[in-house]
Design a protein around this ligand. Structure first.
Ligand SMILES: [Zn+2]
Length: 267
């Protein structure tokens, strides 16, 4: 499930391979991913245009179109962005493909079709319309801003981390990794955390997200690439704590499945 680090990986795929290249052809294999936007309108806006900048906010990726407006990509549960040198090597479940005049193709894949590809006029307006909170790794989103963002909230800490309107980018998987590294019970109410715990939560949030980016999030082998002591590889049925080897507890928090070490996190 693509979260902030994965989408940052997709942003790098886009930035590295396709900026300032002319889009020669737009192939929409499944128009349902465009929602109400017609495939014809979508294609006509991108045909012969260039993507000139990439921007990520939370789990959303946006690319500025030289003719005006932005291409928006959301990856839902199973989405990804891949660049292939030859369009004959189109990856499975490609829903939208941009073929470049010089070389290569950018493929938006999405097996389960949860997600969206779209066009908007303005990136900032789009972020506001989606009601997204600050990006979890935004430099301006420091500890004071984090404290302010969660002030007065009386919900379990896992749901708060995952609430895109409070802060954008974290989902079910990375919230578990962050809470494990911070040694906090996912079901603990955020307003019950000691100031030192809240600080640790913030610092681990940044550390976990940055580490995942450096280790190549967005690729299918991320789990194998995470450093020793990471929670992700054990986050499965029958998994054990990487620190104390206790059997992990699995339970629902705010309707989502949480994995947690009963010894280290007191859950
Ligand atoms: Zn443990």
């Amino acid at each position: 499930m693509p979260e902030l680090p994965d989408v940052e990986g997709f942003k790098r795929v886009l930035s590295k391979n396709v900026l300032y290249k002319t889009i020669a052809r737009v192939v929409v294999s499944d128009a349902r991913i465009l929602g109400k936007l017609s495939a014809r309108t979508f294609a006509s806006r991108l045909q012969n245009a260039k993507l000139v900048a990439a921007r990520r906010h939370g789990k959303h990726l946006m690319a500025n179109i030289d003719h005006g407006g932005w291409l928006t990509l959301h990856f839902g549960m199973t989405g990804a962005l891949k660049f292939v040198q030859s369009c004959d090597d189109e990856p499975p479940f490609t829903r939208v493909r941009l073929d470049f005049a010089s070389d290569g193709c950018l493929a938006y894949t999405n097996k389960r079709m949860i997600g969206r590809v779209g066009l908007v006029e303005d990136a900032a307006d789009f972020i506001a319309a989606e009601k997204l909170g600050p990006d979890a790794l935004d430099r301006r989103f420091d500890f004071d801003a984090f404290k302010t963002a969660v002030l007065g909230i009386r919900r379990d800490v896992k749901s708060v981390l995952m609430d895109q309107q409070i802060l954008a980018g974290i989902g079910n998987i990375f919230s578990d990794e962050i809470l494990f590294q911070a040694r906090i019970n996912p079901a603990e109410r955020i307003d019950n955390l000691a100031p030192s715990e809240l600080k640790r939560l913030f610092l681990e949030m940044r550390e976990v997200l940055k580490t995942a980016i450096v280790r190549g999030a967005g690729s299918e082998q991320l789990v194998e690439r995470m450093p020793k002591g990471s929670f992700l590889p054990e986050r499965k049925k029958g998994g054990h704590c990487p620190r104390c080897r206790s059997l992990l507890k699995v339970f629902k928090v705010g309707g989502r499945t949480a994995y947690c070490c009963p010894q280290c996190q007191g859950c």
